[in-house]
Design a protein around this ligand. Structure first.
Ligand SMILES: Nc1ncnc2c1ncn2[C@@H]1O[C@H](COP(=O)(O)OC(=O)CCCC[C@@H]2CCSS2)[C@@H](O)[C@H]1O
Length: 327
């Protein structure tokens, strides 16, 4: 078994490294640890915009990254440790998560924390979740990875994942929102993610005495960076890959109300219908037409709106007021 401790806190990098390492070590078991700076990690089959509090995420500069595995959306920051097993496809793969979460439970139970596996993929302590897990099979290998909340900003976690589910109609996988807790509430206050890394690695080595540490080489770093630039940093993967959806939102503006209806395919607006009680000089159908082909993305709409006189459609409004109808 190969043991890797990521040298980076960049969520794009670490999520890309999971895919890179599948190809780099096609025939070996591997155990990877990483910690991301504030970020939201979305499941492969989810509608990103439906899972995040966009205004808050933009304001706090929280990275949003889609991962290769299915399941729901989680928040990461420097107080959250991620562990990932890459094993050869075989036994233990299609049942529950217990085989791979057992080392985490062993480590915590030895520290006196009454942590348990609950349902299929959550680790809980006293009824609250501190670890979410997901898995996937690819190229003859299995990835099973999970989070460990040690000392994360719970307020930020709550705000960043706070959404209005009524805006989106889609067939995407929805997250299962839970009550969460930090393990620091059950461990000595000075416990750090570095301590957890160390203890978890020791636990893994008990069962895999032949395990060897591996440091990513220049070539690995370059390979991961390439994959990150081609895929994991792109709007097309993080947003455009979302299942098709219909979006609806009504807002009040000084001139009256605006109700936005969008049909979005691979992140692109394919159809727009705008209702309202506004009086203006140009027919709203012209604006609906102009929206077609644009990304359902605030930066792109902002650029588009610099070329359009919105008051001709809505009377007295600012672009900011109109953006609100799109998010
Ligand atoms: N960091 C973290 N750890 C545990 N639980 C979390 C976390 N962030 C949010 N949540 C809670 O889980 C639900 C979503 O639960 P849900 O079950 O829908 O999704 C998951 O658990 C997915 C886990 C993916 C793990 C990967 C491992 C490496 S990269 S990400 C969310 O609404 C919150 O209530």
């Amino acid at each position: 078994m190969v043991l890797i401790d990521s040298p980076s806190h960049n969520a794009y990098f670490n999520i890309a490294s999971e895919e890179y390492l599948l190809h780099r070590f096609p025939t070996e078991d591997l155990f990877l640890l990483y910690i991301n700076a504030p970020s939201i990690i979305v499941g492969k089959f989810q509608n990103t915009l439906a899972e995040i509090n966009l205004d808050y995420v933009r304001e706090k500069e929280i990275k949003v990254v889609r991962r290769m595995s299915g399941g729901g959306t989680v928040y990461h920051d420097l107080g959250n440790l991620n562990f990932s097993f890459h094993t050869l496809l075989g036994q233990n793969d299609f049942g529950d998560f217990s085989f791979f979460t057992q080392p985490v439970l062993n480590m915590l139970n030895q520290l006196g924390v009454p942590a348990v596996l609950e349902g299929r993929n959550d680790l809980l302590v006293k009824g609250k979740k501190f670890s979410g897990n997901a898995k996937l099979a690819r190229h003859g290998k299995m990835i099973q990875h999970g989070t460990i909340l040690l000392d994360s900003e719970m307020e930020v976690l709550g705000e960043a994942l706070k959404v209005n589910p009524l805006k989106f109609i889609d067939k995407a996988i929805k997250s299962t929102r839970s009550r969460v807790t930090n393990l620091i509430n059950y461990l000595p206050k000075q416990t750090t993610t570095a301590n957890l890394k160390q203890l978890l690695t020791e636990e893994i080595m008990k069962n895999n005495p032949e395990a060897k540490r591996y440091e990513l080489t220049e070539e690995d770093l370059q390979g991961i960076q390439n994959l990150m630039n081609e895929k994991y940093k792109t709007w097309e993967w993080n947003y455009g890959f979302s299942p098709n959806y219909n979006f609806q939102k009504a807002i009040k503006v000084p001139a009256g109300f605006i109700e936005m209806h969008l049909e979005v395919v691979q992140g692109i607006i394919e159809k727009a219908k705008i209702f309202g009680d506004f009086f203006a000089s140009k027919p709203i159908e012209d604006l609906e037409e102009m929206l077609i082909g644009s990304k359902h993305d605030i930066s792109d709409l902002r650029a588009l709106f610099t070329t359009i006189d919105l008051t001709a459609f809505f009377g007295k409004v600012t672009p900011e007021e109109i953006f609100d109808a799109f998010k």
